[in-house]
Design a protein around this ligand. Structure first.
Ligand SMILES: Nc1ncnc2c1ncn2[C@@H]1O[C@H](COP(=O)(O)OP(=O)(O)OP(=O)(O)O)[C@@H](O)[C@H]1O
Ligand SMILES: C[C@@](O)(CCO)CC(=O)[O-]
Length: 527
């Protein structure tokens, strides 16, 4: 593996490539970007209200492998959706994308898709999975459209033939920003390939770091537009920058207001996937229909959601905010409950989301809401520091607002039995026991549970795609396409790419990603 440094673009914008030696091909490299949860404010954010969103530790990974010039192809290998397709580089509509008035540059702000460019691209999208069933073809065409629009906008006829292999640990279409995460990966990879990004590297000033993230984010937004039409941009913003943000987009012709929330606590989070698929576009359209039919009412609900977000923001940024204080956590938790109720009123919940909330409420372990577009997808639960007191384990209290109605007796009695059995002095053990019994119960009903943490890193780069695993002498482990494709499940992918994931039961420590570099403006630049 040729050793080659990341391209360096100095502040004055003149491109310099710092290389040990010139090599005919770029080394294989990887980029990775996180999923997100919207903690407060989904749907209302589409109508100009603020939302708070945070990165999670589930991520997408894109491996970029150059081919020799004789290949003349660009290939997507996206096994998560069983998509594999190659285009001949010379057949693509470069002329249309580079025509005067059409050509966009890496530093441009693109806020809408150009119908002429979409039309020029269409025959090449139609050629993708032509025989697949309609529902699958639709998914393939969205992803391929997003990839090709970015590729044709950022690359050029002279771009080296390449294979882009993508795998993600983020459940797709579950409200966790899987599409934004892949758009961020594609945008970052292409910008790195055309050398429009510097770093992340040592001594990178925070402003430059922010500029790089913004550049990736802008193009990721274009990718998001290809996948779901009218995105607010919140998902790609969090996926690019990581941690948590207050996000507001009042004018779609201008960049959104994004305020990083450095004080956002690294909260343990329980994520439950209904496994009920839905499309963000459909859920967003539902709210739009409701808004037309019941405009004043819907406007009030959207305003109320905006107030929920503002209240959380006020608390999170108040002097002396302490995320370990039970009062502060209860405030944030109450807002989760209220926000969920308002989303129910907008009609974007689903019986399966309600069932999950009911099961979790009965354990008293935390506060639950749907996250993202709803209509299925995932719920999030912010965990209480000490989930269940002796009092409510015994059924004498209900500190969670959970309705202990006799119709859900089964979950009640189960959790009571389980909790009673584990009334031990150590609250952590109790929490683990509740989480274990919850997992079984949720799985029995066909749901999938993830334990994760809020507020991690944004986009990262592994350049070249080699992990040293503490042993420089052996030259490291190269991540090639076949290894990457063979890695089994989330654990296999994370092991291969060098990520030690975090769960709610582990101590909150910085995740270990050997060789990976991240733009971290909140730490003064690079890390
Ligand atoms: N791992 C992946 N491989 C290929 N395409 C993907 C992958 N993950 C997401 N996509 C694309 O993104 C689409 C899902 O986007 P959608 O916006 O519906 O859901 P989401 O991004 O997971 O959730 P939300 O936007 O509500 O947070 C898929 O249909 C597919 O086109
Ligand atoms: C439903 C929505 O608010 C969040 C999707 O994760 C849509 C958007 O912001 O683009």
């Amino acid at each position: 593996m040729a050793s080659q440094s990341l391209p360096i673009l100095p502040a004055n914008g003149t491109l310099q490539i710092k290389r040990k030696q010139s090599t005919p091909m770029m080394p294989a490299f990887m980029v990775s970007a996180p999923g997100k949860v919207i903690v407060y404010g989904e749907h209302a954010v589409v109508y100009g209200k603020p939302a708070i969103a945070a990165a999670i530790s589930l991520r997408s990974y894109l491996l970029v492998s150059s081919l020799s010039k004789s290949h003349r192809t660009v290939t997507m290998r996206f096994p998560d959706i069983q998509l594999e397709h190659s285009w001949n580089l010379d057949d693509l509509p470069w002329d249309t994308f580079s025509a005067p008035g059409k050509k966009k540059y890496y530093y441009d702000l693109v806020t809408s898709l150009d119908p002429d460019l979409i039309a020029a691209m269409q025959p090449h999208i139609d050629a993708v999975s032509p025989k697949a069933p309609a529902a699958i073809r639709k998914i393939h065409h969205s992803t391929a459209g997003s990839f090709l629009y970015l590729f044709l906008s950022l690359a050029s006829r002279k771009t080296a033939p390449c294979v882009y292999t993508l795998r993600s640990t983020i459940p797709i279409g579950a409200g966790l920003g899987s599409s934004a995460s892949i758009s961020v990966c594609i945008s970052a990879a292409l910008l790195l390939q055309i050398r429009a990004l510097s770093g992340p590297h040592q001594d990178q000033p925070p402003q430059e770091c922010e500029l790089q993230i913004e550049r990736i984010n802008r193009w990721a937004f274009v990718g998001e537009m290809c996948i779901h039409g009218n995105p607010s941009g919140v998902d790609n913003t969090v996926s690019s920058g990581g941690k948590a943000v207050l996000f507001q987009r009042q004018d779609y012709n201008k960049p959104p207001l994004v305020t990083p929330l450095h004080s956002f606590p690294e909260l343990p989070l329980l994520l439950v996937n209904t496994r009920q698929s839905r499309s963000t576009a459909t859920e967003v359209a539902k709210v739009s229909t409701l808004r037309t039919a019941h405009s004043a009412l819907t406007e009030n609900i959207l305003n109320a959601i905006g107030l929920v977000t503002e209240s959380a923001h006020q608390l999170l940024t108040s002097p002396g905010f302490d995320s370990t204080s039970p009062t502060a956590l209860k405030h944030l938790g109450d807002l989760i409950t209220i926000n969920h109720g308002l989303l129910v009123a907008l009609g974007v919940s689903h019986p399966k989301l309600e069932r999950i909330r009911e099961i979790i409420d009965h354990t008293g372990i935390g506060w639950t809401k749907l996250t993202g577009a709803g209509g299925g997808g995932c719920s999030i639960t912010i965990l209480k520091p000490q989930p269940t007191t002796l009092q409510n384990v015994n059924g004498n209290g209900n500190n969670n607002g959970a309705h202990h109605d006799s119709s859900s007796d089964e979950s009640d009695s189960n959790s009571e039995v389980d909790c009673s059995a584990s009334i031990i002095s150590n609250g952590t053990k109790l929490k683990h026991k509740i989480l274990d019994s919850l997992e079984v119960k949720l799985e029995n009903e066909g749901f999938e549970k993830f334990e994760t943490t809020l507020g991690g890193d944004g986009v990262g780069v592994l350049w070249p795609a080699v992990l040293h695993n503490g042993n420089e002498e052996e030259g490291g482990e190269e991540i090639d396409q076949e290894k990457f494709l063979r890695a089994e499940g989330t654990a296999g992918i994370e092991r291969l790419v060098g990520v030690a994931g975090l769960g709610v039961r582990r101590k909150v420590e910085r995740e270990v990603r050997e060789g990976w570099k991240f733009w971290r403006p909140w730490e003064g630049g690079f890390a």
